[in-house]
Design a protein around this ligand. Structure first.
Ligand code: AMP
Length: 192
């Protein structure tokens, strides 16, 4: 992997550990010569990831919609800041630039970005490893809910394998490195 897109909160969250792990992830990516692609803001965990990578001399590409430039405060020291027109364009661009995705703790924005990519992979529109760094069990209840979706017949068990969930950065990156798309008959074929 040469570039990884990181989705994460525009807030720092209640535990200092969230921001620490975000900065560690940025540093770990920089040390592996992996460029960080993210939303371009200098706040919350987004700022922590970017600064963690930049402080370790890593490369960071931000993708920010024009209308969020003041609200999310564009990071001033990025390797590259790409300004786009809309949220949709932002997501497309972040996706186009990267060969892996990692979600850190975050809110609606983070989940929306994560689940849209998951559906793209599920539908066979693309194939890249999608990881969750489960800091302090933040995503435990979401994983439980995915089991509920499977038990209720709205997801297949194999769909869960599209998400690589780890609580250690090293383990997550190494699982993503050796990732093979699970043998899923994608939904398009299924419908056809
Ligand atoms: P949050 O997790 O809600 O703090 O949001 C994290 C980031 O996701 C912020 O930069 C939001 O602007 C961004 N975001 C929210 N919704 C979308 C969307 N539909 N497309 C792209 N980015 C989004």
């Amino acid at each position: 992997m040469k570039r990884i897109t990181v989705f994460c909160g525009s807030q720092k969250g209640t535990k200092p550990h969230f921001a620490q792990k975000a900065a560690h992830l940025g540093k770990a990516l920089a040390e592996r010569n992996i460029t960080v692609v993210y939303g371009g803001a200098d706040l919350g965990l987004m700022g922590s990831v970017a600064n963690g990578a930049l402080n370790a001399n890593g490369k960071v590409i931000g993708v920010l919609p024009e209308f969020l430039r003041t609200r999310e405060i564009a990071h001033q020291s990025l390797t590259k800041l790409i300004i786009v027109e809309s949220m949709h364009e932002r997501k497309m661009k972040m996706n186009e630039l990267s060969d892996g995705i990692i979600a850190l703790p975050g809110g609606f924005g983070t989940l929306e970005e994560l689940f849209e990519i998951l559906t793209w992979v599920q539908l066979g529109l693309q194939n890249k490893p999608i990881g969750i760094l489960n800091v302090d069990g933040y995503y435990d209840s979401l994983i439980d809910f995915i089991d509920t979706m499977i038990a209720s017949g709205f997801l297949r068990a194999v769909d869960k394998e599209l998400l690589i969930v780890r609580d250690s950065i090293e383990e997550l990156l190494s699982a993503m490195d050796s990732y093979d798309l699970p043998d899923i008959k994608n939904k398009v074929e299924e419908l056809g």
